[in-house]
Design a protein around this ligand. Structure first.
Ligand code: 2BA
Length: 107
């Protein structure tokens, strides 16, 4: 058993979650904030059997899109300094971590 922890763009989250749920995955949605942009994003937890990992990856990647984000000049960059020029970063699609699950129980 695995736990997939996927950080999604807020604009993609509903379609990713809908696709996973339709495919009978169990999903928990958390409201999170990126440390760099300090903008809201969505983290989902998906507990799943090892053999369904590729299927979950496929659905997450199909419904996640990368976006360019411009940090305006003179905004704090999360690194302890201020930029004097606008900085462009590419955000996403999805960032996914996969953890081994030692035990899984529902009471
Ligand atoms: P944020 O931390 O707000 O980062 C947004 C985007 O800014 C990142 O996109 C990346 O392009 C850039 N970025 C982040 N940290 C940076 C740094 N120290 N120096 C230069 N550029 C940096 P993504 O990599 O697609 O990440 C999207 C969101 O996923 C992140 O939002 C964060 O919430 C999460 N994330 C990504 N990688 C992570 C990791 N290794 N551990 C934990 N969370 C991660």
């Amino acid at each position: 058993m695995k736990l997939a922890v996927a950080i999604l763009n807020s604009d993609d989250a509903n379609s990713v979650i809908a696709a996973l749920t339709r495919a009978e995955f169990f999903v928990t949605k958390l409201s999170t904030t990126g440390g760099f942009l300090k903008a809201g994003n969505v983290t989902i937890l998906v507990g799943l059997h090892d053999e369904r990992l590729d299927e979950a990856f496929e659905l997450i990647s199909k419904h996640s899109h990368s976006r360019r984000h411009v940090i305006p000049s003179a905004s704090e960059m999360g690194l302890g300094f201020y930029s004097s020029i606008p900085v462009q970063v590419t955000v996403g699609g999805a960032t996914v971590f996969v953890l081994d699950v030692e035990q899984f129980k529902k009471f």
